[in-house]
Design a protein around this ligand. Structure first.
Ligand SMILES: *[C@@H]1O[C@H](CO)[C@@H](O)[C@H](O)[C@H]1NC(C)=O
Ligand SMILES: *[C@@H]1O[C@H](CO)[C@@H](O)[C@H](O)[C@H]1NC(C)=O
Length: 566
């Protein structure tokens, strides 16, 4: 069966679009947009103003850190920023660390990390004001913990730019529910992080704030769309962050940057005040979710968020508190697993990660059952892609057309800007939604038939070289499947790319053996030493089960590393 993109598009558009024209990356659509932009002084001014706001906040933050250091000559940020989240919350609670010292320690580290990685869009200077009455939140689960938030998560009086000019100069009127609840739990949002233009991409560059780089290798992308979070946390400048995920957007940066991330069941966490460039798209659901250095951090964040405050502030969120019992359970699990999803052949390192993790789980007493995702071609092309672009890409295009197109969208822009791309009638859209429901039921039936509690799956990676994400939308089957199904899914780092993994890339054929499989090899080449991860999945609303499984994987991996050392 031929693969999406060119063949598929030609059919969808009824245009005889030869592959050569189609593959002219950053093609005519982009050039047209670019020339239009060049004459538009207003847009340039908007961009410059946004950068000015960023740079002003940077200067203020540098000054504030300096002043704190003068007043506290004994202050050493390195001993604070290297703590784990449980250690940090413990020290804040027992008073051996003060919230101001912790905030300035992370501010200093974040500024340093950003200098090389370009991952921040603004320092939130209101964080300093928040210190004044932070003592009233002493009981909060995140009391005094500085956190980072992705650009599209609303914070009062700041833009949620989504990387597009059309959303600049529209400061949020109030905090998003997520930010409100986190603040009530004592967290201090202190920095906003970068995203790809329009958010519907898994790179991390836009014409306003530039390109973010990978903390492990500056020649690589941090992934996206929560790429600023991935880079900042992976680089050590934040201990906990909030991202969003509609096709892999917290999981891919976690995989690329060597950290953990969790995409809950959609609507388990409030989406009120979270900005998007495809608002109204209901076929594939988006989730907000945490990113952190370890599973315990993302689980603690979930626990903090799933509280009465969130259920009252956003009554559309089901009032299901965090189930500590499920999270802490150590009952043996029945675990379905696959190394390749039948659509994207995993890179050698990511396939090895699944095999090794499977062995560790089996040795620890769990039952491992081979599992194969159902009809992935159908679910990916006919359901997910057609769902996300059921308006013909028009809504996204409207946001993009006002500004220059970022190079990280190369390959994707030509598709989005083409009139008539995939557009559906209401009847067709209804049928699509029916088919998605049927597909979900089939997959759940397969889980029941095999009697599995969770799945162990590959995740996209290792981190790409620049300029491949826009061209390789077709590899998102790994992650996008679990948005389509609305199953919780998380990522845990387990290894790093070895010389042998790298050598095996030369034998990589791919499932299709087509131009995209070849591009994929080029994208992941040169990855020795980069983080390698696995993906963990559970059934809808069983978020705690997924987190528990992630913790198990993390602990077994750590134990195994220790045993190998001795
Ligand atoms: C982040 O780093 C970039 C590049 O060095 C710089 O232009 C920008 O002002 C920095 N932003 C913040 C908020 O520190
Ligand atoms: C960061 O982004 C700015 C655009 O705001 C760009 O000029 C600069 O070169 C980027 N820095 C790095 C290190 O990529």
């Amino acid at each position: 069966m031929g693969r999406f993109h060119l063949q598929q598009l030609t059919v969808d558009m009824n245009i005889n679009w030869t592959p050569v024209i189609a593959a002219t990356v950053c093609g005519t659509g982009a050039l047209y947009l670019f020339s239009k932009w060049r004459n538009n002084q207003k847009i340039q001014k908007k961009i410059l103003n946004a950068r000015k706001r960023r740079d002003n906040s940077l200067q203020q933050a540098e000054l504030a850190v300096q002043q704190f250091k003068i007043q506290n000559p004994d202050f050493k940020s390195s001993s604070i920023v290297s703590l784990s989240l449980p250690e940090l919350t413990g020290k804040l609670k027992d008073g051996s660390l003060q919230p101001d010292a912790v905030l300035y320690a992370f501010m200093e580290k974040a500024l340093e990390v950003n200098k090389t990685l370009n991952c921040s869009t603004e320092i939130i200077m209101e964080s300093v004001a928040q210190l004044k009455d932070i003592s009233t939140q002493k009981k909060g689960l995140l009391y005094g913990v500085p956190i980072s938030i992705k650009d599209n998560v609303a914070y009062e009086s700041h833009d949620t730019s989504c990387g597009v000019v059309s959303k600049l100069d529209q400061p949020a009127l109030m905090d998003s529910v997520m930010v409100t609840v986190l603040k009530k739990q004592g967290a201090i949002p202190f920095i906003r992080t970068n995203i790809p233009q329009g958010l519907l991409n898994y790179d991390c560059g836009n014409p306003i704030f530039g390109q973010t780089l990978n903390p492990y290798n500056l020649q690589k992308t941090p992934g996206g769309s929560s790429g600023g979070e991935g880079a900042l946390i992976g680089g050590g400048g934040s201990i906990l962050g909030i991202g969003t995920d509609i096709g892999g957007s917290v999981r891919i940066p976690a995989s690329f940057c060597g950290i953990c991330a969790f995409k809950p069941t959609s609507k388990r966490l409030s989406l009120q005040g979270i900005s998007s460039c495809v608002r109204g798209q209901k076929s594939v659901l988006s989730s907000a979710g945490p990113l952190g250095r370890d599973v315990e951090s993302v689980a603690l964040c979930m626990q903090a968020l799933l509280c009465q405050d969130m259920f009252s502030l956003d009554p559309t969120v089901p009032p299901i508190p965090f189930n500590q019992e499920v999270y802490e359970s150590s009952e043996p699990l029945r675990i379905g697993y696959y190394e390749n999803d039948g659509y994207l052949q995993s890179s050698p390192s990511m396939a090895r990660a699944v095999r090794e993790t499977k062995d560790l789980l089996e040795k620890a007493g769990h039952t491992l059952v081979p599992f194969q995702p159902l009809q992935l071609y159908h679910s990916f092309h006919e359901l997910a892609i057609k769902g996300i672009y059921s308006d013909g890409g028009r809504t996204l295009f409207c946001h993009l057309k006002e500004g220059p197109i970022d190079p990280c969208l190369c390959g994707q822009d030509t598709v989005i800007g083409t009139p008539g791309f995939i557009k559906k009638s209401v009847e067709e859209l209804w049928r699509l939604h029916e088919n998605i429901e049927l597909y979900i039921q089939e997959v759940i039936a397969e889980w029941r038939r095999l009697n599995v509690d969770v799945l162990l799956c590959p995740i996209l990676g290792p981190a790409y070289n620049f300029r491949y994400c826009g061209k390789l939308g077709s590899v998102l089957s790994n992650t996008g499947l679990y948005n389509l199904l609305n199953f919780p899914a998380g990522v845990v780092p387990v290894s790093t790319v070895t010389e042998e993994d790298e050598a095996q890339l030369s034998h990589y054929k791919g499932v299709h053996g087509d131009v995209w499989d070849k591009l994929f090899v080029k994208a992941v080449k040169g990855g020795v030493g980069l983080p390698v991860a696995v993906q963990c999945v559970s059934l809808p609303w069983q978020d705690e089960m997924c987190l528990r499984f992630m913790r198990e994987v993390e602990q077994l991996t750590a134990k195994n590393k220790l045993a190998r050392k001795h």
